[in-house]
Design a protein around this ligand. Structure first.
Ligand code: DLL
Length: 447
């Protein structure tokens, strides 16, 4: 079932809709926004030059830096009195990236989120425990709006609050969890410790995103909670969550709401547009936004597009799950490394949990990689029991197991990423948990 009929448009219907909206957006920003007018004038482009969808390639790119430099409102195109809500991302340095929504933008957001929830099978019978943070982060309110639009009941609990999350999950009979995958894993561990059997609860579906996660992480979450887990993607600059979403039927690849956000894939080095199926940086032009429309916004997220038909009946173009960000990519001795590659290996191994931290250090002129990985609770309990029993043979066996586990992980990671790493196995709970997006990289190299 689709929420809007546009989700199943024919390609020609979709392209006609996109072209009309693109032309309108270019005229709108040219007329109303001095920054865009200046940029387009410098390139000698007038709105009337946009005659086909391919003409989008003539438009300039926009980056996070451009938004920052125009802090807080200079890239807004709608007049101040039409803005009804602000959001912002914290970013790592300096001023946040600010976005502003008009009433109509909020309507669009509700619609695209309703599409995502409908695709995950969520209806007015559901109780959505919304674990995404409320506030300037778009996750909380985005999921809130979408849940209400489909008629579900929302528990606006926000992030953190582990004990209360577990209590309400049981007492309110939550059927849907909306959360970052990493925080959900933390909730599972906390609940398991208290003897909660998640399979006995009413939980059915998870709509998870805001950070990269792997297929193996999906399987673990589905098994542990007894739910189906669908991926949801988005970024504040474009609208927040709801830019793209997975369907329950296939759970493979995310449908992009391309009648709102026009996607392209570019080579991040040359900025050349890549053909369908090639891996590169995702770029969006918002073609229905009013508050702060963005032309060719460089997301830094790495993925590929596919226009193949989907079994769910949607014709919306699909993107692969995001494998990482080009700026999350570590370059170690010339080799490109994504934390997600390491995560995929960890998740396939027994005795270790998906809580890990990749540490980059520099010794002399050489960069080196260390990966801290937590062992599981079961593994620790057995080792501790052997030590208490004082059975030397068992203790020696435990030590040998740890050593071989460490060696195997080091070898597996080397096989995949191509460089030697040191693995440190650490006790459960020793890597800091985040209430929102997980932090996986600690770069200790001097600036
Ligand atoms: O994370 C919006 C969101 C909230 C999406 C809730 C999904 C659910 P930002 O804080 O601006 O917005 O961060 C955007 O997070 O460019 C990606 O790098 C990453 N990201 C978001 N969703 C996914 C996902 C929200 N499903 C940045 N898979 C994006 C991988 C994701 N990465």
């Amino acid at each position: 079932m689709v929420w809007n009929k546009e989700e199943a448009n024919s390609r020609s219907e979709m392209q006609a809709l996109q072209l009309g909206r693109l032309q309108k957006t270019v005229s709108y920003v040219y007329e109303k926004n001095p920054q865009y007018r200046k940029k387009l004038d410098e390139l000698s482009i007038k709105p009337r030059d946009i005659r086909s969808l391919d003409d989008i390639r003539r438009l300039p790119f926009t980056t996070k830096q451009d938004i920052r430099e125009n802090y807080p409102f200079k890239l807004f195109t709608a007049p101040q009195q039409e803005i009804v809500e602000y959001h912002a991302t914290s970013g790592t340095t300096g001023k946040p990236v600010v976005v502003g929504y008009t009433r109509q933008d909020l309507e669009s957001w509700k619609e695209v989120m309703a599409r995502a929830f409908t695709a995950a099978g969520i209806t007015n019978k559901d109780v959505v425990q919304n674990i995404y943070g409320y506030g300037l982060f778009t996750g909380g309110l985005g999921a809130h709006y979408g849940a209400i639009r489909v008629g579900a009941a929302v528990i606006p609990i926000s992030g953190g609050n582990t004990q209360r999350q577990l209590m309400l999950m049981e007492d309110f009979g939550s059927t849907v969890l909306t959360s970052t995958p990493s925080f959900l894993m933390h909730l599972y561990e906390a609940g398991e410790e208290q003897g909660i059997d998640f399979h006995k609860l009413n939980l059915r579906v998870g709509v998870l995103g805001a950070e990269p996660w792997s297929e193996s992480m999906r399987h673990q979450i589905q098994d542990k909670f007894g739910i189906k887990a669908c991926d949801i993607y988005g970024l504040s600059e474009i609208i927040g969550p709801g830019v793209a979403f997975e369907c329950l039927e296939l759970q493979h690849g995310l449908h992009i709401n391309e009648d709102y956000f026009y996607p392209e894939i570019i080579d991040p080095e040359t900025c050349e547009v890549l053909p369908e199926g090639e891996l590169g940086e995702l770029v969006f032009t918002t073609i229905a936004n009013q508050g702060q429309p963005l032309l060719r916004f460089r997301t830094r997220d790495i993925t590929r597009l596919s226009y193949d038909a989907c079994i769910c009946g949607r014709t919306l173009v699909k993107m692969d799950r995001v494998s990482g960000r080009s700026d999350d990519m570590l370059i170690i001795r010339g080799v490109n490394v994504f934390p997600s590659q390491i995560e995929a290996i960890i998740l396939k191994r027994e005795g270790v949990s998906p809580h890990y931290m990749v540490i980059v250090e520099r010794k002399g002129a050489m960069d080196s990689l260390r990966v801290k990985i937590e062992v599981t609770e079961d593994f620790m309990i057995k080792a501790a029991a052997d030590i208490l029993k004082g059975d030397e043979f068992d203790i020696l066996e435990d030590v040998a197991t740890v050593r071989s586990k460490k060696r195997n992980l080091q070898q597996d990671i080397k096989d995949v990423i191509g460089i030697t790493v040191v693995v440190d196995l650490v006790p459960p709970g020793s890597i800091a948990r985040s209430e929102g997006k997980a932090k996986r990289i600690e770069d200790r190299r001097p600036e």
